[in-house]
Design a protein around this ligand. Sequence first.
Ligand code: ADP
Ligand code: MG
Length: 251
Amino acid sequence: MAFIEVKGITKKFGGLTAVDNVDFEIEQGKITAIIGPNGAGKSTFFNLINGFHKPTSGRILFEGKDITKIPVHKGAHLGIARTFQTTHLFEQSTVVDNVIVGHRLRTKSNLFDAVFRTRREKQEEKKAYEIAMGALEFVGMAHLADTPVSTITQEAKKRVAIALALATGPKVMFLDEPAAGINPEETDGLAQLMKKIAASGITVCTIEHKMQMIMGMADKIMVLNQGAKIAEGTPDEIKNNPVVIEAYLGG
Ligand code: ADP
Ligand code: MG
């Protein structure tokens, strides 16, 4: 049984086919990367697996269970976490508060529970704090715990967003362009962090534009172009695939 199995998934927005009949498997404990030109359907593919979008057709199985139609919070309960292309953090709150709130939003079934805390939940606050600090430690951001998000660097925000996902105790993390907008040195650091996450037993699936980063990191790569899967394989297989070279260089 595949860890995550996507079968013939299609997503149409009106007349536009954003994801076109894609079959794909994600292996547990590995780093899988999805690449492709802008508008290829990469983020939409993530949104389908996470339940943000419902597919027009096709199925998604998670550990053999059909999750095609489950809402986002149910996916979170099952252990599916994600980060976004643009980081969604509360700029005026501290780093640690962001991780705590993010944890609550994803582990509670609704916003009401997350915002209006019951007494029992208050007792759980200490535990939530410890989990958040553990996640910040893991991503190397514990020293910024009490700093307002608005004052930290772009790279630090990326790491905090990852901590937020880690704090939910996921089985798999989907990262949408985690290295966008950061410098090469920081990119290397993020690649190391993703390897560390995978080594800890959490499956990593990432979208990335930075080819070099992906080639040195991924176990398996899928290439999307105009919604369709045009190739999949190891970094070496992808690098030498004429169809991929054509899609990237042929315009
Ligand atoms: P990528 O992440 O590979 O750059 P996206 O998945 O964001 O690509 O987008 C794939 C295509 O679907 C694009 O043409 C985009 O404009 C379109 N698209 C994405 N989301 C929506 C939406 N919510 N409504 C309409 N069109 C969308
Ligand atoms: Mg995208």
